[in-house]
Design a protein around this ligand. Structure first.
Ligand SMILES: [Zn+2]
Length: 331
């Protein structure tokens, strides 16, 4: 998935948050938006105002990419007493020793009066009012219009590849139902596939089904996460390369037939996945559209994209396998 400023936007329905007529964005409503932001630690330095341009160049040339935390909604400079305080980059990106070395190497002669950490909102605020409130409470933020509209206009999917993957997911579910002893009881039956975007191409990593066990650890999402975790730990143990990411499903893509339960959603948050796609909502117990909007909640330490697949072919196929409405149990 990439973003592009010049995308054709015929496939975007901003009003309803639908792309290509098949992917519906699931996110907190305006009135569910928290006034309390998720915070992230960032490095600042205090400098003499005359050195501002040198710090601008340092940020532009050495500290922007690939900072894992996007700071485009953060204003970089603020006057503090006689100094200019500048936000440099996130703590996740670089430690203090490396930062000091970079400053000395690329900004010789700049008088650094102090370097330290402060907490700022990790994600762009959703409204202008919240932007103002957070700006006075934490740090000046930039309001550039509805960030979600910008996101919908620029996010890109290889939609035929997405269709293929959803079909693979449904194939797996169908096979498991055929194999299971009691194929008439479909309550709790689900399948989950985890994939990874490597060089703009989506590669399947694992696929698991639950044929109806009520044990939470048998939920297909939990089985798929465990499988990735086990493989990844094994790989890292036998690989001489250091791996920078501590999170085992970092930025992976999860496709699942049903809206996951609260426990599975929290496991997805803690695994730091990048995106989730599911087909059928599971009221009243699901952890996304049914309750809590886990994965799109300010105040938790991670957010991921949530999409509901509403393409009619796939939705009807799933309904023919497991019925139209989920039973009131956890998936
Ligand atoms: Zn679950």
């Amino acid at each position: 998935m990439k973003t592009s400023k010049n995308s054709e936007n015929e496939h975007v329905n901003l009003e309803q948050g639908i792309l290509y007529g098949v992917l519906k964005q699931i996110r907190a409503n305006e009135d569910q938006i928290s006034e309390k932001p998720t915070l992230v630690s960032v490095w600042y330095c205090d400098i003499n105002p005359k050195d501002t341009q040198k710090i601008v160049a340092l940020i532009r040339d050495h500290l922007t990419d690939p900072d894992p935390v996007s700071l485009t909604h953060i204003k970089r400079f603020m006057k503090v007493n006689e100094c200019i305080r500048s936000i440099l980059c996130s703590l996740e990106y670089i430690d203090e020793g490396k930062l000091i070395n970079l400053i000395h190497e690329h900004c010789p002669g700049v008088e650094i009066r102090s370097v330290g950490l402060i907490e700022v909102p990790r994600y762009a605020p959703q409204t202008k009012d919240i932007t103002q409130a957070w700006s006075s409470k934490y740090w000046p933020l930039a309001w550039k219009g509805n960030p979600n509209h910008q996101f919908l206009n620029t996010v890109e999917f290889d939609i035929s590849r997405e269709e293929e993957i959803v079909s693979t997911l449904l194939d797996e579910l169908e096979q498991c139902i055929k194999k299971s002893k009691d194929s008439s009881d479909c309550s709790g039956v689900s399948a989950t596939l985890i994939a990874e975007n490597i060089n703009d191409s989506i590669k399947l990593k694992t696929i698991h089904a639950n044929t109806g066990s009520k044990t939470p650890y048998d939920h297909s999402v939990m089985k798929a996460i465990s499988s990735i975790a086990n493989n990844e730990l094994h790989r890292r143990k036998h690989s001489s390369q250091e791996d920078g990411e501590g999170y085992l499903c970092h930025n992976m893509i999860v496709y699942t037939t049903h809206e996951p339960c609260v426990m599975c959603c929290m496991a997805l948050v803690h695994s730091r996945i990048g995106r989730l796609v599911y087909l059928q909502g599971t009221p009243p117990t699901g952890g996304l559209e049914s309750n809590y909007q886990l994965g799109d909640r300010d105040g938790l330490n991670w957010k991921f994209q949530i999409w509901k697949w509403i393409g009619q072919n796939e939705v009807h196929r799933l309904e023919s396998l497991v019925g139209k409405e989920s039973k009131a149990i956890n998936y």
